[in-house]
Ligand binder design. Structure first.
Ligand SMILES: [Zn+2]
Length: 216
């Protein structure tokens, strides 16, 4: 299944490193900062990981590969309260670097309502996508894809600036952000530019409950 969804062996290799990805989730929870690691290809069949890099509360630049290997992808975290989805900045980075795969990981918390009361359920979520920069349909729709991503980027920057200035949350801009990013994701998937890199037992994302606490 995964070989069909993710051409080549990269997707399988990445999921084989799921313990490493969990370690990044633990680090992001402790530090409340983004953490990143780069996937490096050394020769035909050998893969290795770069050292881990710690960023700020809202960004991180994945580190360079050790000499003699080439960066083919990366994973970064969004700290607690962040989203387990790729941001327009994430897509922009992966396209600029020409990476073949990217992953995002985030600890999320949701309220679970049961007959015995409410519980806070914490989950670790990891999502990976393969990127086919040469997908023929994506080339045809390049102008449309670029326009959607740049509109989403523009909205994301606008939101970030308003929040930084302590201004009222820009709901209208947020709607534009969601709409253009969703449309970009849909077009990206339908043209073959993006493919969910699925862990075999689950669909689309990998998630694991890590803590369940009663809420008063
Ligand atoms: Zn991100």
């Amino acid at each position: 299944m995964s070989s069909e969804n993710c051409p080549g062996d990269l997707c399988d290799w990445v999921w084989g490193e799921v313990c490493m990805m969990e370690a990044l989730l633990v680090a992001t929870e402790l530090e409340k900062k983004e953490v990143a690691q780069t996937f490096c290809r050394k020769g035909e069949d050998v893969m290795e990981l770069s050292p881990t890099c710690l960023g700020t509360a809202c960004s991180v630049e994945p580190p360079a590969c050790p000499s003699g290997s080439k960066a083919v992808g990366d994973i970064h975290t969004h700290p607690p309260d962040g989203s387990a989805n790729f941001s327009p900045f994430d897509y922009n980075w992966s396209f600029r670097t020409g990476h073949d795969i990217h992953c995002v990981a985030s600890p999320t918390e949701a309220t679970q309502r049961t007959s015995e009361g409410d519980f806070a359920l914490k989950k670790y979520i990891i999502r990976c996508e393969s990127i086919n920069h040469d997908a023929p349909k994506a080339r045809e729709k390049k102008a449309e894809l670029d326009a959607l991503l740049s509109e989403a980027l523009h909205a994301a920057k606008g939101i970030r600036d308003k929040v930084a200035l302590g201004e009222e949350y820009p709901n209208e801009l947020y709607r534009t952000y969601r709409k253009t990013l969703n449309e970009f994701g849909e077009l990206g998937h339908s043209t073959g530019l993006l493919k969910d890199c699925r862990v075999p037992e689950f669909m689309g994302v990998w998630e694991r409950p890590v803590e369940r606490k009663r809420v008063k």
